[in-house]
Design a protein around this ligand. Sequence first.
Ligand code: NAP
Ligand code: MG
Length: 483
Amino acid sequence: MTNNNYNFIAGEWIAGASEVANINPSDLSDIIGMYAQADRSQLDRALDAARSAQIEWAKVGLEKRYNALMNIGNELIANCEALGTLLAREEGKTQPEGKGEVYRAGQFFTYYAAEVLRQMGENTESTRDGIEVDVRREPVGVVAIISPWNFPTATAAWKIAPALAFGNAVIWKPANIVPASAVALTRIIEKQDLPKGLFNLVMGSGSHLGQQLIESPMVNAISFTGSVPVGREIAKTAVGNFTKLQLEMGSKNALAVMDDANLDTAIACALGGAFGSTGQKCTASSRLVVHESIHDEFVDRLVAGAEAMVVGHALEAGTQIGPVASEVQLTQNLANIELAKREGGEHRCGGERVERATEGYFMTPAVFTGTSNDWQVNREELFSPMACVIKVSSYEEALSTVNDTRFGLTAGIITTNLARATHFRRNAKTGCVMVNLPTAGTDYHVPFGGRGESSYGSREQGSYAKEFYTHVKTSYISSGLPE
Ligand code: NAP
Ligand code: MG
C-alpha cells in the first residue's frame, strides 16, 4: 500500500488535510493506497497560484506549450501498460480497457500539442475606410476540471490538454474513488517545465471540495463530466457567477437493429455497446430497439453472447467484464434489475451478483426483452451491464423510439439499407450517430457531445474545444495617418 496523501498545489506535493482509502473493486482486501483530501485553504492556495501562473503561461511562446503537451502525451503512450493496469486495479475496467484508455489519453495530449501550433487568428478589412480588424483568441483564465470515475484518465485528458494548449491554468478535481490514476497523470504533467501552479490536483469529495471549487469567483470556466443532477446544480451556480460552463452528462443511448441488418454486426455491436466497460459508459447502448422480423433470432444470439462473456477480476487475462466500480453502483444496478422485473420485462439472463476467487463487485450481464420505451428502465440512465430490448415493427417506429428520450448523446443503427442509414443519420436527435457500429467508441480529433440532458455548452474534443477554452477578442486598428 502506498501513501499518496498529497495534493499537487502551486507546483508542490502538499499533504492532505485528511485521507481516504482507495479500494480495488475486483478485490476488496486490496487497498491501493491512502489518498489526500484537500481542504478549503488548500483549494484557495491552488486558485491563487493558478491565477498568477496563468498570466505567465499566456506569455510563453507556443513551442514551449507544444513541447510540454507532446511530452505528456508520449509518456502516457509509452507507459500505457503500467498505467492501464493501475487504472484497471482501482476502477475495475479490464486491463486491456485500462491500457486503451491511457493510450487514448496520450493521444489527446499529442493531438492538442499539434493544435497549439494551429492557432490562427483572423484578419480583415473594416467596413470603414483605412481600418483593419483583427480577431484573435485569448485564454479564458483559470479552468476548473471535474471528472467522473468511469473514464478517469481519458476524460481528464480531453479537458486538461486543450485547457493548457490554449493558455489556461487548471484546477483538477477527479472523482474521489479513482485517485491513483489522477496522481499518476499529475506525476507526468509535473515533469514538464510549466509555471508553478499552472496545473493543480485537488482531491476531495464532490459535495464539499467540488462545490467549493465551482462556487469560487476565482474560477473563469468549469468543464464537468458526470451525472445530470450534479451537472444541473453546477449550472445554477455557474450561471449565478457568469462562469463559462461546459457539461457532459448522462444518456440513454439506443441501438436500432433493422430487419435488413447483418446479424453478426448487430450482435457484436450490441454486446460491446451494452456490456463493454461493465456498461459504465455514457455512450453505452442500454436500449436495443429491434425489428420484429429478426427479433427472436437476435435475442437468442444476444443472450448466448452475454452468457458466454467472462466476468471476473479486472487484471485477470481473459476477463471481458470487470467488476462494477463501487458498492453504491452495484446496489443501484441490482435495484434496476428488480425494477425491470417489476415493470414486466422478461428476464432472459444475468443481472446477478456472482462470487469469484477474490471478494469484489462482480455482476453478470443482463438482458431483458418485452420492454416498453415508456418504462423507467428505458427512461433513466442505468450505467450497468444491462440491456433492455424494445420490439418495433418498422424503421419509422425504430427511429421515433430511439429519439423518444430526454437525453441525446449517441444513437446507432444496424442496417444494410443505404436509404435508412442516410435517413437515420440525418434524423437521429443526438450529438453522435453510429452506422453499423456500437453506440460507444469515438475518435479524439473530432467533436464529442450530445443534446438534451446529455450536454450543455460548447463541444469538447477536436478543434471545437477552442470555443470553450478561449475568449474571442476583436480589435480595430487604424494607423492614424492618411492612407
Ligand atoms: P457524478 O456523481 O456526477 O460525479 C462527477 C464528478 O462531479 C465527480 O468528480 C464528483 O466528485 C463531482 N461532484 C459531485 N458533486 C459535486 C458538486 N456538488 N460540485 C462539484 N462537483 C461535484 O458522476 P459519476 O458517478 O462520477 O459518473 C457517472 C456519470 O458520468 C454518469 O451519469 C455518466 O453518464 C457520466 N459520464 C458522462 C460522460 C460524457 O461525456 N457525457 C462521460 C463519462 C461519464 P466525487 O465523485 O468525488 O463525489
Ligand atoms: Mg477504487
